[in-house]
Design a protein around this ligand. Structure first.
Ligand SMILES: [Fe+2]
Length: 495
């Protein structure tokens, strides 16, 4: 009987894991609920394998491994981790752990890990024995370790590559080439389910996949089981191209628990077959990818919810003042026209698109009696109004990740000559998008009819912007404005 120690501060994990290990019938199990207790047990008994969590009170999994090595240098450690902490698990492997398993784990995974680690441990032990066999064992073990290290390194860098692509569409687009790299495969295809068909979308290598009916196909089976499927060399090609000349691995992709597509891998560079290691590698990687997809989808949803909330806030302000109802929309529209002429970056365009709507959001904090006052404002009232860019900045601040939008909101009343508010920035110190919006804002305010005054004509507004160009406005951006459809013909008369 082997002796296995399980160290984890979560009782459920200890429980499930011990039951699975015991069910194998080859090991007896002991448990410890933190690193310190685990270390005591290792000191007082000998174990053939240790499963350990990484984050634990008293002594972390990393510290436990380090300390345990001074007592029992060869005992193999298997790290138990959440997939979201895969990076930590990879570090643990670099630190000498034999393998890792991710929560929630399946019985099959545990079985495989124990078998593999036991095999390696026996090899290592036999090194101390007969000479001839020892050398052979070293060779096998070194190549095993080398292979695993290579895998880990590519997993790590590819997982980082995926994390850096924040956009799900971008991830899916680059997935085939990344997987081809990871798996050393000549052909990788991403297919998605569209209505009742499975449609190839992105290829790496040659394209042998075709659109097929989901019903009755191998993809239907994979969708139902939500498990990968290996079609071996010599079996029928799922796209009706005769018999397969190489193994084909198909892995389902899912979002919110529903399979939406597949990754198909075939034509490995280093042979025609897939082995258990390479399958495990791509499954681990795709597991990580689907978590990233879920996270991004959640983020997108939160982001659009947020934007809707903010837009409805804007509508609330505008509802207080019917005459400015269209204002935010017009300002956004004109700003984008100017940005187009200047050739702004995608980030600046996005910031103008959302920030344009939000630029006056701080007016929520200005009293109705001042905001809605017809006619001239007293100096005190004007001071109140002047607070709205800072109030707006403060409203948006806790939402995070809207840094350009915040700059736009805060600085849309700065002047090119530095005499604006709230910070008195001048020239190029004012963010470019705020210099753009300032012109769009002024143009729309001048030409809009208010309860207390009729709107100015297009020509008068343009002349006024020309006159203030170089003092209130950035002259270059003003020039760009004059060439936009609004600048040429007026907002209401453009095509
Ligand atoms: Fe404003």
């Amino acid at each position: 009987m082997q002796r296995v120690l399980i160290v984890d501060d979560e009782e459920v994990v200890r429980d499930v894991l011990s039951r699975m290990v015991k069910a194998l019938g080859t090991a007896e199990v002991e448990t410890a609920s933190d690193g310190q207790e685990g270390l005591e047990k290792i000191r007082n008994g000998s174990y053939d394998m240790v499963f350990t969590d990484l984050r634990m009170p008293k002594l972390s999994g990393f510290e436990l491994m380090r300390e345990a090595r001074t007592i029992s240098p060869t005992v193999p450690f298997v790290v138990v981790t959440a997939v979201s902490h895969l990076d930590a698990a990879i570090n643990a492997l670099r630190d000498g752990a034999s393998d890792f398993i991710t929560k929630p784990f399946k019985f099959d995974d545990i079985k495989k890990v124990i078998e593999r680690v036991t095999r390696e441990y026996r090899l290592l032990k036999s090194l101390n024995g007969s000479n001839g066999r020892g050398e052979e064992a070293v060779k096998i073990l070194t190549s095993e370790v080398f292979r695993k290290l290579q895998e880990i390194n590519s997993l790590f860098s590819l997982a980082t590559e995926i994390d850096e692509l924040k956009d799900n569409r971008k991830i899916l687009k680059s997935l085939p080439s990344i997987i081809a790299k990871l798996m050393k495969a000549n052909t990788v295809v991403l297919l998605t389910i569209e209505d009742d068909h499975v449609v190839p979308q992105v290829y790496f290598g040659k394209n042998t996949a075709k659109e097929v009916l989901l019903k009755g196909s191998v993809f239907e089976k994979i969708t139902r089981s939500d498990r990968h499927h290996l079609i071996e060399i010599g079996e029928n090609d799922p796209f009706g191209n005769g018999r397969l000349m190489a193994d084909m691995l198909i892995v389902p992709l899912s979002l919110h628990g529903e399979v939406f597509g597949f990754i198909l891998i075939t034509d490995k560079v280093d042979g025609y077959r897939f082995n258990e290691n390479s399958i495990n590698l791509v499954l681990t990687f795709l597991h990580k990818v689907s978590l990233t997809l879920e996270n991004n989808a959640l983020y997108d949803l939160t982001y659009s919810n947020l934007m809707n909330t903010l837009k409805s806030l804007i509508l609330t302000i505008e509802a207080r003042d019917l005459y400015t109802r269209q204002h935010s929309e017009n300002v956004t529209h004109i700003s984008l026209q100017i940005a187009d002429v200047i050739g702004c970056t995608q980030e600046e365009m996005d910031a103008l698109r959302f920030g344009g709507y939000l630029h006056d959001i701080g007016k929520i904090g200005v009293k109705d009696i001042i905001l809605l006052k017809p006619g001239r404002l007293s100096p005190e009232e004007y001071e109140e109004i002047k607070k709205h860019p800072v109030i707006g900045d403060n409203i948006v601040q806790p939402l995070g990740s809207l840094s350009l939008e915040r700059l736009l909101i805060r600085h849309h009343h700065e002047r090119y000559d530095g005499r604006g508010y709230p910070d008195g920035l001048d020239g190029e110190r004012i963010p470019r998008i705020a210099r753009i919006l300032a012109i769009a804002d002024t143009y729309d305010s001048m030409t809009t009819t208010r309860p207390y005054r009729k709107g100015l004509s297009h020509q008068v507004a343009v002349d006024e912007i020309k006159r203030c160009s170089g003092t209130q406005f950035d002259p270059e951006i003003a020039r760009a404005f004059f060439t936009t459809p609004t600048g040429k013909r007026g907002l209401r008369d453009e095509d």
